[in-house]
Each structure stands twice: as structure tokens, then as C-alpha cells.
Design a protein around this ligand. Structure first.
Ligand code: DX5
Ligand code: ZN
Length: 221
């Protein structure tokens, strides 16, 4: 079962003064999704962007907006991000007490629901909700910042989650986020990922390099 891996560039590494053009450039360069890292300075120690920016970016791309919420609480903001144009909303189980309810809220808006596991979050958090999810995001760095180093122990976790998904036979995306560069991408794909998030590795070299960066990450150099 080898289908083409998707690339979801994290716009955290884009030029924020030209964000619309950057989103257009990565879309034209072959990005499958647009990964938007939303941070609140509370759940993680950094502050990034909110729903108004997501809404402003929507006309710049026809690719699904892959919104990664690193905020707590999540539930009061689901509607705002759905209205802004999110296609996938991924959140962290530690962000609230009612993970199942949050998943249902996202799905009730007609969006895909993702759950993100921090490096120290165990796989068994998936036990009761696996069948409800459209996407599982394995964090291969501690969330908060771009440009960190890939944490090797997460490869085994990716393999184990791959097995769990295959066992139930549901088409759940397995996305990996943090420190994914040209050397690490093939290992993450071999472990069973179907979507790679890449900020630093996509945006290095500026717009003329985006196409090559994305195809290299995908393994077609
Ligand atoms: C980290 C974010 C990531 C990060 C990826 O909290 O979720 O999406 O920006 O950036 P790189 O690819 O530079 O590690
Ligand atoms: Zn992310």
C-alpha cells in the first residue's frame, strides 16, 4: 500500500509580511495541504495567528487548510476556525477535558477532525476515539516553535499507530510534524506516515526553491 505522500508546508516558516503570496507560492509549487499553526501563548509558549488571518488567506489557495490548534480551550474556537475556512482541525487531547465532544463538534461542522499527540503523549489515548478520527498528527518536536530537531523516538510511535490504523482498515491520515527535513522524510514515510508537515524544509531558499523542496520531501527529486 504505497500511495503518494502528501506535503503540508507549515506557514510558520513563511515570510509573515507577505503571507498571502507565500501561501499562493507553495500551492503553485505543489503543496497538498496548507498547515497553519495556531498558538495561544498558554497551551504553548508562543503566539501566532488567529481565525481572521486564516480567513484572509483562504482566497490565496484552493488546497485544504490543515489547521493545527495549539490552544486551550479548543471548543469555543471551533466555529470561528470553521467559518474562517479550515478544512481539517487538529487539536491536542491535553487542551481540554472532553476530547470526544471536541471531535464531534469539529465533525458537526463538516470538517475533518485530527488529534495531535505530543512526544510524551502515549498511543493509548487513541483507544476510545480512533474510529472517529480522520487524521492523527504525531508531533516529532515539542510544539511551540519551528526549526527544532526531530525526536527519534517518535519513529516507533509512527510505526505503532500505522499498525493500529491498518488493523481497523479506516482511511485515517497519519501526519508527522516537526523537524522533518530531506534526510528524515524517507524514514518517516517508511514508518507509515501519509502526510508530512515541513516548515523550515519547505521555505528554505525562497519561492524559487519551493517546488524542488516539496518534491524532494515527497521523495521525487
Ligand atoms: C511546531 C509546529 C510545526 C512546526 C514545523 O509547534 O506544529 O508545524 O512549525 O516546523 P519545522 O518543519 O521547521 O520543524
Ligand atoms: Zn503544526
Amino acid at each position: 500500500m504505497s500511495h503518494r505522500v502528501k506535503i503540508s508546508p507549515s506557514i510558520l516558516s513563511a515570510d509573515f509580511a507577505r503571507l498571502g503570496e507565500e501561501v499562493r507560492a507553495i500551492s503553485e509549487a505543489g503543496a497538498d495541504y496548507i498547515h497553519i499553526d495556531v498558538m495561544d501563548g498558554h497551551f504553548v509558549p508562543n503566539i501566532t495567528i488567529g481565525p481572521d488571518v486564516v480567513k484572509a488567506l483562504k482566497p490565496y489557495s484552493d488546497r485544504p487548510f490543515d489547521v493545527h490548534l495549539m490552544i486551550a480551550p479548543v471548543d469555543p474556537y471551533v466555529d470561528a476556525f470553521a467559518d474562517a475556512g479550515a478544512d481539517i482541525i487538529t487539536f491536542h487531547p491535553e487542551a481540554g477535558a472532553h476530547m470526544h465532544r471536541t471531535i464531534q463538534m469539529i465533525k458537526a461542522r463538516g470538517l475533518k477532525a485530527g488529534l495531535s499527540l505530543n512526544p510524551a503523549t502515549p498511543i493509548n489515548i487513541l483507544d476510545a476515539v480512533l474510529e472517529d478520527l480522520d487524521l492523527i498528527l504525531v508531533m516529532s518536536v515539542n510544539p511551540g516553535f519551528g526549526g527544532q530537531s526531530f525526536i527519534e523516538s517518535q519513529l516507533k510511535k509512527i510505526e505503532e499507530i500505522r499498525k493500529r490504523i491498518d488493523e481497523i482498515g479506516k482511511d485515517i491520515e497519519l501526519e508527522v510534524d516537526g523537524g522533518v527535513n530531506f534526510d528524515i522524510a524517507p524514514r518517516v514515510i517508511a514508518a507509515g506516515a501519509t502526510v508530512l508537515v515541513a516548515g523550515t524544509a519547505t521555505f528554505k531558499g525562497g519561492p524559487t526553491a519551493y517546488g524542488k523542496n516539496i518534491s524532494t520531501l515527497r521523495g521525487q527529486s
